[in-house]
Design a protein around this ligand. Structure first.
Ligand code: ACO
Length: 345
């Protein structure tokens, strides 16, 4: 397991060893096309009632065929820069978290770099599945905290509809498309990213994966016929892991920031299943009115789910200056991540 050191501490604690870094702008992009539970009833043997009660999802967004992940990442990134009051030439680095890049290479981040006009920026993708955005925030924050860079644009962007098998009712009801972005910059003392916990357990790699299209099993007529280019998931095993790790990672990140669950103003969990979210927030003792939920309307958008939820909660005026925000996610790998932020510049 790999754990990052706390970036800074709010209380006296160890003196801030490096400069504080926070999110100074947010942006998101959602495709217009909506796929409802009623639509899915016509595609597989399922029901609106089953999907709502077992997952909490009512509808999700689907990207049209002529667009790809970097198109959504670009728009989310553009909106985040505008929100932060940052121009493209000020961006030092772009990190896109995705498991569904336009092409295996080059990275989606390079396509965003070109089209955003971030001429000075380094660019690369991170593949850490659903916690990818929190991995990107942690990596990007370290770059700014160390003084290497001033401005890092981090984006979570996914077109999960392209790897979802719409003949498999176990998975096709869960996923949606979208992108969310954040601008990382130095902030005032006590603000920004207070702590970060990253983890992995590769022994669970086969619980959630895409079999074909990589070096192990290159795409072929046979893999296509066997539908191996679509994602496979052992839902119940992932469920058990998720419930445990959401609590553990959140508590560890809070402890690293010298905080407890009682200090949490907003809990922003990965949006996979309302039962997982509800179980995690109960274990932590966080009231439902302090939980940000988007999955009823967006489904599971993997690495986009946390930035989309953050953007929505900030725009709605729920998350405000000075609030303690805990964001936590789990996903394929297996991977997990939790970040504690004190909101504001
Ligand atoms: N409609 C109707 N019935 C269904 C459907 C559906 N869409 N999907 C499954 N079922 C059936 C199953 O076939 C099974 O039937 P059986 O008992 O006759 O075999 C029955 O419902 C129960 O199946 P379970 O898998 O036990 O259902 P469960 O309550 O566990 O819910 C679910 C399944 C929603 C997938 C749940 O396990 C889950 O959310 N797991 C976590 C998934 C997750 O978070 N993944 C994402 C992590 S990483 C990322 O975001 C990419």
């Amino acid at each position: 397991m790999l754990k990052s050191e706390p970036v800074s501490s709010v209380e006296s604690g160890p003196e801030q060893r490096v400069r504080p870094v926070g999110i100074v702008g947010l942006g998101s992009y959602l495709p217009e096309q909506v796929l409802t539970n009623q639509d899915l009833e016509k595609m597989v043997e399922t029901s609106d009632e089953w999907i709502r009660t077992r997952t909490g999802i009512r509808e999700r967004r689907i990207l049209p065929p002529d667009l790809a992940t970097s198109d959504m990442a670009l728009e989310a990134g553009r909106r985040a820069l505008a929100d932060a009051g940052v121009t493209p030439d000020q961006v030092d680095c772009i990190i896109v978290a995705t498991v569904t890049p336009d092409t295996p290479f080059p990275s989606a981040a390079c396509r965003v770099q070109d089209r955003l006009g971030c001429k000075r920026a380094a660019a690369f993708d991170i593949n850490a599945a659903c916690p990818g955005f929190l991995y990107a925030v942690t990596v990007g924050s370290q770059m700014v905290a160390s003084g290497l860079y001033e401005t890092v644009l981090v984006i979570g962007a996914e077109t999960l509809s392209r790897v979802t098998d719409y003949q498999d009712r176990n998975t096709c009801v869960l996923f949606g498309d979208g992108a969310g972005a954040a601008v990382l910059r130095p902030v005032g003392k006590g603000r920004g990213l207070l702590s970060s916990v990253l983890g992995s357990d590769g022994s669970g790699a086969d619980l959630l994966y895409q079999a074909a299209g990589g070096s192990r099993l290159p795409a072929s007529a046979e893999t296509l016929a066997k539908r191996q280019h679509y994602l496979y998931m052992n839902g119940s095993e992932v469920f058990k892991f998720a419930v445990r790790i959401m609590e553990e990672a959140s508590l560890e990140a809070l402890a690293r920031a010298n905080l407890t669950a009682e200090d949490v103003d907003f809990f922003v969990p990965h949006q996979a299943n309302i039962r997982i979210i509800d179980s995690a927030r109960r274990r932590l003792g966080v009231d439902m009115d302090r939980v940000v939920v988007t999955l009823d309307l967006l489904g599971n958008t993997s690495s986009s789910s946390i930035p989309l939820a953050l953007d929505q909660a900030v725009r709605a005026g729920r998350i405000k200056d000075g609030d303690v925000v805990v964001a936590v996610a789990f996903g394929a790998g297996l991977t997990w991540a939790a970040c504690v932020l004190r909101w504001g510049r």
